[in-house]
Design a protein around this ligand. Structure first.
Ligand code: ATP
Ligand code: MG
Length: 180
């Protein structure tokens, strides 16, 4: 499973619909300061359910929505869709592609979708368990995260190893079962 592409509309500096396709393998995003490179990573973390505004480099919820310029009006909502390749059936669904979308309005309401069907954030979290892609996964290593991993406690290191080895799903199911 790998990230095939992303579609961004109204998220931060991406006011117009922007589609980016990522080839398999190593990619680099280059561009001048302030051109929106980090905003792409923010968009990826946001779709995956990032709720911490501070970690998305904003002060309030609506800071992720395009706030307007001298010539363009602010937008009322934003949406981001991640397109993941599922040829290897890492996620147990009938489709060879998995799309995950989040849409949010200035009111603060967020909607989530899996392959176009409305769902809960919990469903996204569950479908991505053991892929390493979730918000808590290791697919995005931000500045300072390497230090954080080195200095983490035994339990935190174990959680990372469990995700990599594919057993998080079973621990999650067991814990969910114990709640009921
Ligand atoms: P650097 O090389 O300095 O790290 P970068 O390419 O990572 O730059 P970003 O941080 O992704 O740049 O983009 C910053 C730009 O995004 C700024 O110009 C900022 O005004 C713009 N921006 C952030 N939030 C919004 C928003 N809600 N509406 C419009 N523009 C926004
Ligand atoms: Mg940056």
């Amino acid at each position: 499973m790998y990230l095939k592409g992303i579609e961004i509309k109204g998220f931060k500096s991406f006011l117009d619909k922007t589609s980016i396709t990522f080839p398999k393998g190593m990619i680099s995003i280059v561009g001048p300061n302030g051109s929106g490179k980090s905003n792409i990573l923010d968009a990826i973390r946001w779709v995956l359910g990032e709720q911490s505004i501070k970690s998305l480099r904003g002060d309030k919820l609506e800071d992720v929505i395009f706030s307007g310029t001298q010539t363009r009006n602010a937008l009322g909502y934003c949406e981001v869709t991640l397109i993941l390749d599922n040829e290897d059936k890492k996620v147990d669904i009938d489709y060879t592609e998995l799309s995950i979308k989040r849409k949010a309005y200035r009111s603060g309401e967020s909607q989530f979708f899996i392959n176009g069907k409305k769902c809960r954030l919990k469903d996204i979290k569950e479908i991505l368990l053991d892929t390493g892609i979730g918000k808590e996964g290791y697919s995005i290593i931000s500045q300072g995260r390497v230090d954080e991993i080195i200095n983490s406690t035994g339990n935190q290191k174990r959680a990372l190893l469990e995700e990599a080895s594919g057993i998080t799903k079973y621990r999650y199911k067991k814990e969910e079962g114990e709640k009921n």
